[in-house]
Design a protein. Structure first.
Length: 301
C-alpha cells in the first residue's frame, strides 16, 4: 500500500489506521523547529497529490484486513489540509468507515479557509496545533510560510469550536527556551479559555528534531499543566510516572473542579485507596466519566 500505514497504537487516540496524503516528499506550510521530518522550505500545496479513488481503494482493503481499528487518521508527510480534495475524501471516508472515528492531525494553519472548515466539520475528531499565542513566538518556533498570523488563526479556532460538532483537540508542544516562558504560557491559557476545546494535549520533543532544539523537563510540563484550568488535559509522557498519591474525598473533588483527570492520571497518580474513593463518587453521581476524542476523563458532575 502506498498511502495507508499501520495500524499503529496511538498514545492519544487508540488503534489508528493512517492515511498519508503526501507520501513522496514533505509538503508543509510550516518548517517547525521540532519537526521529526527534515527541514524544508514551507510551501502552500501538496506535491504529487494522490487521487481520492486510490486512497479509498486502499482504505477499503485495509478495513477488510484489520478489524480492531479505533480511528482512521488523515495525516501527511507535512500538512494534510493542503490537499485540495480534502472534503471529497472526507465524504467518501465517512461512507465506508463503519464504526470507526475519522481523525485529522493538522497544524491549524488553514483553519480560516472556508473549504477547510467545510471538510473539518465532517470529521469526528479534529486535532490542531497551538504552540504559541504571540506572533513573535509563533514565527520563531513554527516558521510558517509568509502571511500567516497566529492571532487570526486562534480567532478562527474559536469560531470553529463554537460552530462545529467535531471534537476539537488542541495540541501544545513545549520547546525549551522558546515557548515555555511564564508570559507565553499565560497567553496560551487565555486563548484556550476562549477556544474552549474538548481536550488539550501537552507534551515536548521526544523524537530527533529537524533543528538543534531541546525538550523541556517533565517537571516543567507538570508545572505548565497546572496553569491550564477548567480544561480536560492529557499530558503526553515519554516515561510513565510511578509516584502515586493518597487523596481523600475533598482532595479529589477540588482536583476535578479545577481540571478533569484522564484515565492515565487516575491509573498512574491515584493510589488504590484513592481509586476506591473515586469509584464511590461515581456511584454517588458526584463525578462523571466521559470519553473525549478517545481518552477517558473524570470530571466533577
Amino acid at each position: 500500500m502506498r498511502y495507508i500505514f499501520g495500524p499503529v497504537n496511538s498514545r492519544r487516540f487508540g488503534i489508528s489506521l493512517g492515511i498519508d496524503l503526501s507520501p513522496d516528499v514533505k509538503s508543509c506550510n510550516f518548517d517547525c523547529l521540532y519537526c521529526e521530518l527534515k527541514s524544508a522550505k514551507p510551501i502552500s500545496f501538496i506535491q504529487n497529490p494522490p487521487k481520492v479513488e486510490d486512497i479509498i481503494s486502499e482504505v477499503k482493503d485495509a478495513l477488510k484486513r484489520f478489524s480492531n481499528i479505533d480511528v482512521i487518521t488523515i495525516t501527511s508527510n507535512g500538512e494534510p489540509t493542503l490537499y485540495n480534495e480534502l472534503e471529497s475524501l472526507v465524504d467518501q471516508l465517512n461512507r465506508i468507515k463503519q464504526d470507526k472515528k475519522l481523525l485529522i492531525l493538522s497544524n491549524g494553519s488553514t483553519i480560516c479557509e472556508k473549504r477547510v472548515q467545510n471538510a473539518l466539520k465532517k470529521i469526528d475528531i479534529v486535532k490542531l496545533s497551538l504552540d504559541c499565542a504571540t506572533q513573535k513566538c509563533f514565527k520563531k518556533i513554527d516558521r510558517a510560510i509568509k502571511g500567516i498570523e497566529i492571532e487570526v488563526l486562534y480567532q478562527c479556532m474559536e469560531k470553529f469550536s463554537k460552530e462545529s460538532s467535531s471534537q476539537l483537540v488542541i495540541e501544545i508542544l513545549l520547546v525549551k527556551g522558546i515557548n515555555d516562558s511564564e508570559d507565553e504560557i499565560k497567553k496560551i491559557n487565555e486563548v484556550l479559555q476562549s477556544i474552549k476545546p474538548n481536550r488539550v494535549d501537552i507534551g515536548t520533543i521526544d523524537r530527533p528534531p529537524a533543528y538543534k532544539v531541546k525538550p523541556v523537563s517533565q517537571d516543567k510540563i507538570d508545572k505548565v499543566a497546572k496553569e491550564f484550568t477548567n480544561l480536560p488535559l492529557s499530558i503526553i509522557y515519554k516515561n510513565r510516572p510511578t509516584k502515586k498519591e493518597d487523596f481523600n474525598k475533598s482532595d479529589i473533588m477540588r482536583l476535578l473542579s479545577r481540571r478533569p483527570q484522564s484515565q492515565f492520571d487516575i491509573e498512574n497518580f491515584f493510589s488504590n485507596s484513592s481509586k476506591k474513593i473515586l469509584k464511590k463518587l461515581l456511584e454517588e453521581k458526584l463525578v462523571v466519566r466521559k470519553d473525549i476524542a478517545g481518552v477517558l476523563f473524570y470530571a466533577k458532575a
